[in-house]
Design a protein around this ligand. Structure first.
Ligand code: URA
Length: 440
């Protein structure tokens, strides 16, 4: 089989069979197919797309290119949850404990921050002592004992995705719906859970900027999950406004704790209840109505907060900070950003809000950079709010005084204030299952 022929077949709109796809992925991982030929193939996919079958075959090959986690020693139904990434997205810290408090087993591997988006693993590491790399046995034991563990991805999970993603990143082929679906679902299938809940973000802070693209990605991923025998549901949720009020690692853990105390911001609480209820539904915990009820109870009676503290303790973290968030280290420098005019906030470029938080030190510019856990932004006003000149829009935090002014400038440029209010946006757009799309 010649790679040249596979490239020209895809370029001309043809469909690769299993044997051809296997040659492609295995050959690339082994180093037998050079980057320049794989780049040409990826660009052909970018323009021609892939059929559902090709996408499923490729995902399976990516999933099996390295370790596949065996969760069979964990009793009960294991449900994974994945967000396509956003700004202020601390939902895993809330939804995981909520689902676990209701009897769902959550054995989750999360990622670090990527570009302007934060990562769950970085947020967890903001908790003093918290370990996010556990050996396989300890991970399984914790999930069996308390129902939840969240760790970083192991070294040899989906090496094909690592290689392909790095190549896509430098060949302008990241923004291809089938390739994104293969990349995300390859990792999910390798992570070994029985069911998968996907949170596909949409808007200015998300990978997909339009609901139309987000829906196409959601459908593609649900189809891959179901073909692999995993019950899969996707929610399409708003990322055109940062989620909750806090952006940055310690700040987001604090807000997650407040939400688990049922004192969190309304938008974040609503999205988390929706996600957790869907995880319960996937785990056969009842019909949707009963799943909402169970989740709300776990929020109100404190069992979800307790579950989070149990997980922190089991992974070596100081659980006293969960019960007293004032113990989190404070940033040495802070600054209030004031509204320059009267009006209504009609748009917050959410990606740029994330970039402002990174400028403060909450994210990395290179993989080797250290994170300033106390850095970030506390939003006081958000899209839709009425403001007067001089009102505080946000408070910025950093351990480095020089980072405050450039971040404040960047943040202010991301906020649009106009005389008339904009239309209210939806928080949850749709729920996509194997059979249908339900619009909210
Ligand atoms: N996240 C991933 O894991 N892969 C992609 O291709 C895009 C977002």
């Amino acid at each position: 089989m010649r790679m040249y022929d596979l490239i020209s077949k895809k370029r001309n709109g043809g469909t690769l069979n299993k044997e051809e796809m296997t040659h492609l992925i295995e050959g690339y991982v082994k180093g037998e197919i050079p980057d320049y030929q794989m780049s040409a193939f990826l660009m052909a996919v970018y323009f021609q797309g892939m059929t559902k079958e090709e996408t499923s075959i490729m995902t399976d090959l990516v999933a099996r290119s390295g370790d596949v986690v065996d969760l069979s020693s964990i009793e009960g139904i294991k449900v994974d949850k994945h967000s396509t990434g956003g700004v202020g997205d601390k939902t895993t810290l809330i939804v995981g404990p909520l689902a676990a408090a209701c009897g769902v087993k959550v054995a989750k591997m999360s990622g670090r921050g990527l570009g302007h988006t934060g990562g769950t693993v970085d947020k967890l590491e903001a908790i003093p002592g918290m370990r996010v790399s556990l050996d396989r046995n300890e991970f399984l034991e914790i999930v069996n004992k308390i129902g939840i563990s969240v760790i970083g991805q192991s070294g040899n999970l989906t090496p094909a995705d690592k290689k392909l993603y790095a190549l896509r990143d430098v060949t302008a082929t990241v923004e291809s719906i089938p390739l994104i679906a293969v990349s995300i679902m390859g990792k999910k299938l390798a992570a070994g859970s029985d069911c998968i809940l996907l949170d596909v973000k949409t808007g200015s802070g998300a990978f997909m900027n339009t609901v139309e693209d987000s829906l196409a990605l959601a459908k593609e991923m649900v189809s891959i999950g179901e073909s692999a025998g995993k019950k899969t549901v996707a929610l399409i949720t708003n990322m055109d406004i940062p989620l909750g009020n806090n952006i940055g690692n310690s700040l987001e853990v604090i807000e997650a704790v407040e939400t688990l105390q049922n004192k969190g911001p309304e938008d974040l609480t609503k999205v988390c209840i929706e996600l957790a209820a869907n995880m319960l539904f996937l785990a056969n915990k009842g019909d949707m109505e009963s799943c909402y009820q169970q989740v709300k109870e776990a929020l109100e009676n404190g069992t979800a907060l307790q579950k989070f503290a149990e997980m922190v303790e089991a992974q070596g973290g100081d659980k006293s900070v969960i019960y007293d968030v004032s113990k989190f280290e404070k940033a040495a420098f802070e600054k209030e950003v004031l509204s320059p005019v009267d009006g209504y906030i009609t748009f917050m470029d959410t990606k740029e809000c994330g970039v402002a938080s990174c400028i403060l030190g909450a994210g990395r510019e290179t993989k080797e950079d250290d994170i300033d856990y106390s850095a970030g932004i506390m939003l006081v006003k958000k899209t839709g709010d009425k403001v007067q000149k001089g009102d505080v829009l946000a408070v910025l935090y950093s351990s480095c005084a020089e980072k405050i002014e450039p971040a404040a400038k960047h943040f202010l440029e991301a906020v649009r204030i106009e005389e008339q209010p904009a239309e209210t946006q939806k928080l949850i757009y749709a729920r996509v299952t194997a059979d249908q799309t339900e619009w909210a």
